[in-house]
Design a binder for this molecule. Structure first.
Ligand code: DAH
Length: 347
């Protein structure tokens, strides 16, 4: 029995508890009436009589020790609970969680930059609806009904009215519709840019998307000439891409401008990559432009004898791709944080 007492004493000395359940386990093992110590007290009568007194004393000591330890464990547990409550107070010695810096989306950055450049030369920024009627998206821009030029733009129709009672409603295919709204609502001179989202029914690929962004420009006043158009675009390109930038205007066709041109930016044609990106020409197209067709002015109630104007429309994705050398249009809308993060340096 002496050995058992020693082993139990050792066990009691080592005992620790983390929670109430463990404390209860201790109580059952050492304190309760069915405890191991209780069992030993019952068994003392079997100890040889000459040993009994000494063993009895030791057993009593063990019992006392078990009770003292029980009290100790209770107060330890209480302390522990109190101190976990205290951890609500922040530990000021911990290193701080680093602030993650967000980045302005590259398309927004480019749009802001374009706006800034044009605002400095007196253009205002004008907004228009994304859902348009046929007149603003097509007819007033000199796309007559059933004219093949409408085929140039794969239109998303929202409402098509074959009886002719209501206008067809479309998702605007270009920001040129805002030109019409502006000219209808105000009086010349007009000098504005109109950035916004446009929609076309196109298969999504590295080079095309069904939703993209354009910025429209319109300048209508007395004596506005093609030279003004070219100079404005050259100034814009130099501001955006750097002072050595060159532009080229290539004859083209749009129903709402006459003459019309395609605006190209010189990219370079030295490396293999240059040749691939520019299809071997060294030039990259970023938009269209021209002198506002007198028909368009007249359909907005502006005297085309008195006023002339120029207009242009550019792709914001196109410009961002050139500026940041982005090869795939889809990256702009996939919201991959690894892509977007790279633009925090330009914020
Ligand atoms: N709206 C044309 C397009 O989406 C771009 C354009 C060309 C706009 C010439 C213009 C312009 O204002 O003058 O393809």
């Amino acid at each position: 029995m002496e050995d058992q007492i020693n082993i139990l004493q050792e066990e009691i000395n080592q005992y620790t508890v983390q929670n109430e359940e463990e404390l209860e386990t201790y109580r059952m093992r050492f304190i309760s009436r069915k405890s191991v110590i209780g069992d030993l007290l019952t068994a003392i009568k079997d100890v040889a009589p000459e040993q009994r007194k000494e063993t009895g004393i030791k057993l009593n000591q063990l019992k006392n020790a078990a009770q003292a330890k029980f009290k100790e464990l209770i107060s330890e547990l209480e302390n522990q609970n109190n101190s976990t409550k205290k951890t609500d107070i922040p530990d000021l010695t911990l290193p701080s969680i680093p602030d993650e810096l967000g980045a302005i989306h590259p398309l927004t950055q480019v749009r802001n930059r374009i706006t800034e450049i044009f605002e400095r030369i007196g253009f205002q920024v004008v907004d228009g609806p994304e859902i348009e009627d046929d007149r603003h998206n097509f007819t007033a821009l000199n796309f007559p009904p059933n004219h093949p030029a409408r085929e140039m733009q794969d239109t998303f129709f929202i409402e098509k009215d074959s009886v002719g009672n209501r206008p067809d409603m479309v998702l605007r295919t270009h920001t040129s519709s805002v030109q019409i709204r502006m000219m209808e609502e105000g009086k010349p001179p007009f000098r504005a840019i109109m950035p916004g989202r446009v929609f076309r029914n196109e298969a999504i690929s590295a080079r095309a998307h069904c939703v993209f962004h354009q910025v429209e420009g319109l300048y209508v006043d007395r004596n506005v000439s093609f030279a003004d158009l070219k100079q404005t675009l050259l100034h814009f390109a130099k501001e955006l891409f750097g002072p050595k930038t060159r532009i080229r205007l290539r004859p083209s066709y749009f129903p709402f401008t006459e003459p019309s041109a395609e605006l190209d930016i010189w990219w370079g044609n030295e490396t293999e990559a240059d040749k691939r990106i520019t299809k071997g020409t060294g030039w990259l197209e970023i938009g269209g432009c021209g002198m506002v067709d007198p028909f368009v002015l007249e359909s907005c109630g502006i005297d085309a004898e008195e006023f002339t104007g120029f207009a242009f429309g550019m792709g914001i994705e196109r410009i961002a791709m050139i500026k940041y050398q982005i090869k795939d249009l889809r990256l702009f809308t996939e919201n991959d944080i690894r892509f977007l993060k790279q633009f925090s340096q330009f914020n």
